[in-house]
Unconditional design. Sequence first.
Length: 282
Amino acid sequence: MTSMLPPTRDLPPGRQARIRADLERAVRGRRSRRLLVPVLAGTAAVAAVVASVASLRPGPEPVPAVQVTTSPPVETTPAEAEPGVPPDVVAAIEEGCARAAGVVGRAKLYQLRREETAWALLYADNESLTCDLGQAGVEYRSGIRRVNPRWLPGHFSVEDVGAKAGGDRTRLPGDAGRPGYRTAAGRVGSGVAKVTISADDRTIEARIVNGTYAARLYYPPDWGVPQNDAGPVIRAYDSGGKLLGTSSQMGESCYFEPDSGTIIQGDLRGGRDRCQVATPWR
């Protein structure tokens, strides 16, 4: 479904300093334009993560303020083909995010987002990583979740669904003026052409590339994560606009690996009889 990303290799002399300088220039201009140069290589710093991760559970789905009725073409550009992202930067992000998350071995970059914040979605052998790049003076800050990337629980998976308060609420050094956001990311099967994220009477469309989807809903710097937050609702559609599934239904679903019989999603105590067979990813 995608081409392989370039192999990890060491940065040539002087490249680290140039990447750092590019990042500093990009961050200074981030408020008025999209980042033109991705983030940097270097030593990962350790910092406290101020985040509130919302759990997926069945409940009333918010009604989107904007009803999406059409299905745009699926993006198929591999991550390394994004303009301005040279192979050594890809390698640096993979190495830095894996180190920040404590992953042993290589993490592969699947999406690189350059918007109000710079962040990346990566997968390792048994983990998914959502990695913030160059925020609040920290080069790589990565959340991690254990997954089995060989299999999908139906048409799509949910690897990350969380929220971070705006910088004026967190009051961390370097966070002032930074937006708050909700994050949603995961994998999709070949039949999925569109994924939407709905929360707080807003709906946005996720970017689909490399068999994954990723999106962030942004909020003002003084935004705080609501108490008892149910998180966003994620919906997947086919190319004809047919709804294939929602994240709200996942709490009631159950899937198992066909080769081992291991339940990959659902109540393990309920047994496999009520489960469906998982589908291979990619």
